[in-house]
Design a protein around this ligand. Structure first.
Ligand code: NAD
Ligand code: TYD
Length: 351
């Protein structure tokens, strides 16, 4: 493969794993990482590959359509892997408009640039949009989301992602833009910002702080190790059929409370604490507004048609993840200083 590939949001959690994979696996290709470096973007995530010849970082905002057009002019991208987004549900409840700007307007700016710059020849081009299972809404106790499940988003985050998915399909159907979409379940692993459940709770356990469980902790999520998601993205980028959608999942459902108990147990062991110590930090707090009960994914299309499957068992993934956070104290200190304290107070105090 010898391509000019634009990866947006490459300094974030999943994006950094995707950038690393592509830089290492495709030395003939040029990988351009476009990121605004919001609170969630962190160049520390890519220290190990930042000097590689086939890697370029570009600081910029996908909401700036003119700037995006200039980038397409300058770098002649053949492929786009679009991950840049505002990604945290609780923040979307506090400030929906930022989610509309980045997730919807930003995506349409990228689609427009691809349409304009690729218009003479769509051959060999691909616009790959990374999305979430949250667009499908909430399941009851039974059933799985498939690629044909009707969209039913409930949070401003999932509504903005759903909207961006619709625009991607519209650009394919209306203008013939070569697109592909994947919708993945909850990721976990190294470099995730400690606002999401697993890294937030690892950090709080370490610091003996309360573990704020929303509602009764009965909500169910499917969890996939982030490197398995990155591998799925590689497979879909290279083998996915234009115009198609692929669901990605770990076949690994947990209620929040059961997952948190496992995390407490693993952390007790690693911190040399008596078993049961960290569980005492569990505190039930006011539920999230519009909290989806259950997400679960049927990823059989991706498995059967493109041959991908998750490589890690959850127990192994949690071991690796907790080890990473315990061994990367400086990373955690850097991202939890300053603004983070204000965020934490606003989100959790009085809850
Ligand atoms: P993240 O919040 O960790 O990273 C997002 C990145 O996008 C950051 O580096 C940020 O600086 C950048 N960004 C934000 N606004 C931008 C803008 N206007 N212009 C340029 N860059 C901007 O998110 P993540 O968890 O890595 O998620 C990446 C993508 O995967 C998102 O599209 C998300 O919807 C999707 N996704 C995430 C999960 C999950 O569990 N985290 C699951 C399924 C799908
Ligand atoms: P999160 O990591 O925010 O992912 P998402 O909402 O996108 O699934 O949350 C995962 C689950 O954990 C979700 O059901 C909400 C719950 N949760 C808590 O109980 N407490 C918390 O402090 C956070 C951040 C999440």
């Amino acid at each position: 493969m010898k391509k000019n590939i634009l990866i947006t949001g490459g300094a974030g959690f999943i994006g950094s794993h995707v950038v690393r994979l592509f830089v290492n696996k495709y030395p003939e290709s040029k990988i351009y990482n476009l990121d605004k470096l919001t609170y969630a973007g962190n160049l520390e995530n890519l220290k190990d590959i930042e000097h590689r010849e086939n890697y370029t970082f570009i600081k910029g905002d996908i909401v700036d359509g003119e700037f995006i057009g200039l980038l397409f002019d300058k770098y002649k991208f053949d492929g786009v892997i679009h991950l840049a987004a505002e990604s945290h549900v609780d923040r979307s409840i506090a400030n929906p408009m930022e989610f509309v700007m980045t997730n919807v307007i930003g995506t349409v700016n990228l689609l427009n640039a691809a349409k304009v710059h690729w218009k003479d020849d769509f051959r060999g081009k691909l616009f790959y949009h990374i999305s979430t299972d949250e667009v499908y809404g909430s399941l009851g106790e039974e059933g799985l989301f498939s690629e044909t499940t009707a969209y039913d988003p409930h949070s401003p985050y999932s509504a903005a992602k759903a909207s961006s998915d619709h625009f991607v399909r519209a650009y394919h159907d209306t203008f013939g833009l070569p697109t592909v979409i994947s919708n993945c379940s909850n990721n976990y692993g190294a470099n995730q910002f400690p606002e999401k459940l697993i890294p937030l709770f690892i950090n709080n356990i370490k610091n003996n702080k309360p573990l704020p469980v929303y509602g009764k902790g009965e909500n169910v999520r499917d969890w996939l190790y982030v490197e398995d998601h990155a591998n799925a993205i590689d497979v879909i980028f290279n083998k996915g059929k234009i115009g198609e959608t692929y669901n990605i999942g770990g076949n690994n459902e947990w209620t929040n409370i059961d997952l948190i108990k496992v995390l407490c147990k693993v952390m007790d062991k690693k911190l040399g604490r008596e078993e049961g110590t960290s569980e005492k930090l569990i505190t039930f707090v006011k539920d999230r507004a519009g909290h989806d009960l259950r997400y679960a994914i049927d990823s059989s299309k991706l498995q059967k048609e493109l041959g991908w499957k998750p490589s890690l068992q959850f127990e192994e993934g949690i071991e690796k993840t907790t080890d990473w956070y315990l061994n990367n104290q400086e990373w955690l200190d850097n991202v939890t200083s300053g603004e983070y304290k204000k965020y934490y107070e606003e989100m959790y105090e009085g809850r």
